[in-house]
Design a protein around this ligand. Structure first.
Ligand code: NAG
Length: 292
């Protein structure tokens, strides 16, 4: 009698086990099937929703490097002591790490994928081949070079700006003196006037200024290296292998030492809209250089 009950119980357990095995197998199959159908609708090389129909929109933001430690994500302060080698080195290394992708050549191991596709471009160069992308010669950004530790020791640091990548986005440049916005800084208007009509005028211009009256005084003269903007020939970004975002190095020639300076850099093109609060078309950071 006891034996029969035990066997019955075993049988019931086996049935339950079998039920669950089949149940989960069907569930996995169903899920995998739907995932496969979903993947059919995607293209790995390009986003399905682009520009205005996408969530990120068609208004690129600006970014800056070096970024402060990842330990405090909230911070946008670049603070260092010009006479302290360790302090200088910390920021120089952060820039080195970021620029590494720009320096890798060829396609051997440890080198950037698609780096062999990079060709020298200029405002007058012809159209690119199917695989070709424009090189960004970061080693020509004198004095913002690694040997010079990006000029941090001189108390005149370089900060690199880049425009965020948006698939298929093309700038509509301010390439003539017509319809320049009234809030554009005068020195930038002058710069555009000098270049109007030239191929060099096809660029997303940048400007960096102190945010408040005191900051405007403390920031001192600013230089843009190698030129004052992101040339149009780097656009559109279409996810070609080896593509590099163009960079502008902003050299703060004589920032007042020992004070915190609020800086806002803006990108200027007819299809970039500025919104300080949503951080669109601009970037904010603080700079503080100490002596001693
Ligand atoms: C100025 O930019 C427009 C695009 O917005 C372009 O069609 C035109 O050719 C450019 N002009 C010059 C002189 O390059």
């Amino acid at each position: 009698m006891v034996v029969v009950v035990a066997i019955r119980a075993d049988l019931a357990q086996a049935k339950i086990l079998l039920f669950y095995v089949i149940f989960y197998a069907v569930l996995i199959g169903f899920f995998a099937g739907l995932l496969a159908v979903f993947y059919q609708t995607l293209d790995m090389k390009m986003p399905k929703w682009q520009l205005d129909s996408s969530l990120i929109g068609a208004n690129p933001g600006l970014g800056f490097r070096p970024m402060p430690d990842t330990a405090n994500v909230e911070s946008t302060l670049i603070y260092y002591r010009a006479n302290d080698k360790g302090s200088v080195l910390k920021w120089a290394q952060a820039i080195d790490t970021y620029l590494d992708q720009y320096r890798k050549k060829g396609s051997g191991s440890g080198e950037a994928h698609g780096a062999e596709n990079r060709v020298a471009c200029g405002p007058n160069s012809g159209s690119l081949g199917e695989k070709q992308v424009c090189d960004v010669p970061v080693d020509d950004f004198h004095p913002c070079t690694p040997n010079n530790q990006y000029n941090y020791e001189q108390g005149a640091p370089c900060v690199f700006l880049k425009l965020n990548k948006i698939f298929n986005w093309k700038p509509k440049p301010y390439n003539t003196t017509e319809d320049l916005p009234s809030n554009m800084p005068d020195d930038l208007k002058q710069h555009i006037k000098m270049n109007a009509g030239k191929p060099e005028a096809n660029a997303v211009w940048v400007s960096c200024e102190g945010e408040n009256p005191a900051d405007k005084e403390n920031i001192g003269p600013v230089q843009y290296i190698p030129r004052r903007g992101f040339p149009s020939y780097y656009y559109p970004f279409t996810n070609k292998e080896g593509y590099l975002s163009p960079l502008v190095a902003v050299l703060f020639e004589r920032p007042r030492t020992g004070v915190l300076i609020n800086i806002e850099c803006k990108a200027w093109a007819k299809n970039i809209f500025y919104d300080r609060y949503e951080r669109r078309g601009c970037v904010h950071f603080e700079l503080m250089v100490d002596r001693g």
